[in-house]
Design a protein around this ligand. Structure first.
Ligand code: SF4
Ligand code: SF4
Length: 365
C-alpha cells in the first residue's frame, strides 16, 4: 500500500485563492486580474478528478477559493462531466463548495440543484459584525449581497449552512450571534476561530485566543441546549456531543487523520490541508505527475509519522477518545512538535469537560 492511498479528501482551489472580496482576515485580498495563470486548466482538472477517484469508492470534492465561483460555471460543468466517467464505474461522488455567496445567480443555483452540490456560505453574523470584516476592495460591506445569495440557495434547497468566523469583533457577543442565526432561520452552523495561520494578511488585531474561542463556544452550547431544537446543528458541538454519547460523528479536528485532507492548487500541486500555509515540507506532489500514485512520498510519510507520534503522546489523555490529538495545525507550535500547545489543550479539555458534565446532568448518560 502506498501512502498516497491515505489522501482521500481534496480541497481544490481552482483560481489560486483569488477573490472578489477583500476580507480583513483573509489572504485572498481583492479581485486581481483573472489570467490563465491563476485558473486551473481543464487538463489539470481532469487529472485531479482521476487522481482522487482512482483508488476510492466514495469521494468528496471540496471546492474552495478565494472565491471558487470565480472559476466560472463552465469549469464546474467540466468537473461534473469528468466525474460522470467515474460514477459510471460505480464511484459515489459528492461535491461541496464554500462560497461568499455574493456572485450567486439563478444560473448557479440551477447548476447546483441539477448536480446535487452542497453549498456552504461564509457569513459572520449580523450586518454590523459581518460588514466590519467581510467587505469589497472599496470597503463596502458584503452583507446584503450575501443574504441575497443565501435566499436564492435556500429557495432551491441547496443551502448547506454557514461558516461564521469569530474574531475580536464579535467573540464577546455569542448571544447576539446565535439569536441572529435563529431569527434568520439558519440552522446549520460552524463557528471558526480567526487566527494567524501564517499565510494571511495582518490579522493580529482580529485574532482571538483559544480561551476566548472556547468561552464563546461554551455559551453557544448553553444557548443551543436551552433552545432544544434538534434541527439546529452546530457542527463542532454535535461532534463532541455525539462522541460523548458513544456515537462516531467526527469533524476533521477530531479525526486524527489530517493526512487525509489535502489542498490541490490550480497548477495541480498537492499540499497539506488548507489550514497550513503553502510550504515545501507539505508539498506531496502534483496530480499531473502520472507516476505519483504509484510511489510513496517521503514528505507525506514524514507528516504521517509526526501524526502517529502525536497520537501516541496524547493517548493517555482522558479526552483522547474525542480529540485524537487535535487539529494538526491548531494544537501544535511547529509542524514537527509532538506535544500540543498547553494553552490550546487546556481549553479543549475544559470544553469537553463542560459539555460532558452538562450532558450527564441532563441524564443523557
Ligand atoms: S486535549 Fe490535548 S492532550 Fe488531549 S488528546 Fe487533545 S491535544 Fe491531546
Ligand atoms: S490540520 Fe486541522 S483543519 Fe486541517 S484537516 Fe487537520 S484538523 Fe482539519
Amino acid at each position: 500500500m502506498t501512502t498516497y492511498q491515505a489522501i482521500s479528501t481534496p480541497i481544490i482551489k481552482p483560481i489560486n485563492g483569488l477573490c472578489n472580496l477583500s476580507c480583513s482576515y483573509c489572504y485572498a485580498s481583492g479581485l486581481k486580474k483573472r489570467t490563465g495563470k491563476n485558473r486551473m486548466h481543464p487538463e489539470v482538472l481532469k487529472a485531479t478528478i482521476d487522481f482522487f477517484c482512482h483508488n476510492q469508492n466514495d469521494i468528496e470534492f471540496i471546492w474552495h477559493g478565494g472565491e471558487p465561483l470565480l472559476a466560472g460555471i463552465d469549469f464546474y460543468r467540466k468537473a461534473v462531466e469528468y466525474q460522470r466517467v467515474w460514477e459510471q464505474k460505480g464511484r459515489k461522488i459528492t461535491n461541496s463548495i464554500q462560497t461568499n455567496a455574493t456572485l450567486i445567480t439563478f444560473e448557479w443555483v440551477n447548476f447546483f440543484t441539477e448536480h446535487d452540490f452542497f453549498v456552504g456560505v461564509s457569513l459572520d453574523g449580523p450586518k454590523h459584525f459581518h460588514d466590519r470584516v467581510r467587505y469589497y476592495p472599496n470597503k463596502t460591506g458584503s452583507y446584503d449581497n450575501v443574504m441575497r445569495g443565501i435566499e436564492l440557495l435556500r429557495r432551491a434547497k441547496v443551502f448547506n449552512g454557514i461558516i461564521c468566523s469569530i474574531s475580536t469583533v464579535d467573540y464577546q457577543s455569542p448571544k447576539e450571534i446565535f439569536s441572529f442565526f435563529i431569527k434568520e432561520d439558519i440552522k446549520k452552523l460552524k463557528f471558526a476561530r480567526v487566527k494567524d495561520i501564517g499565510h494571511c494578511n495582518d490579522v493580529s488585531s482580529l485574532t482571538i485566543l483559544p480561551k476566548q474561542y472556547i468561552d464563546f463556544m461554551i455559551t453557544i452550547f448553553d444557548l443551543w441546549l436551552e433552545l432544544d431544537n434538534p434541527e439546529v446543528e452546530i457542527r463542532d458541538i454535535q461532534s463532541v456531543v455525539s462522541l460523548i454519547l458513544g456515537g462516531n460523528k467526527r469533524e476533521c479536528i477530531y479525526m486524527g487523520r489530517c493526512d487525509q485532507f489535502v489542498t490541490v492548487y490550480h497548477d495541480g500541486s498537492i499540499y497539506g490541508c488548507d489550514s497550513f500555509p503553502k510550504t515545501n515540507v507539505l508539498n506531496f506532489g502534483n496530480v499531473m505527475d502520472k507516476s505519483t500514485l504509484a510511489k510513496s512520498n517521503p514528505r507525506l510519510e514524514k507528516f504521517q509519522e509526526i501524526l502517529r507520534k502525536r497520537k501516541e503522546n496524547c493517548r493517555v489523555c482522558d479526552w483522547y477518545f474525542i480529540c485524537k490529538g487535535g487539529c494538526a495545525k491548531d494544537c501544535y507550535a511547529q509542524l514537527n512538535s509532538i506535544k500540543p500547545i498547553n494553552e490550546v489543550c487546556e481549553n479543549l479539555k475544559r470544553y469537553f469537560e463542560y459539555i460532558s458534565v452538562k450532558i450527564k446532568s441532563y441524564g443523557f448518560i
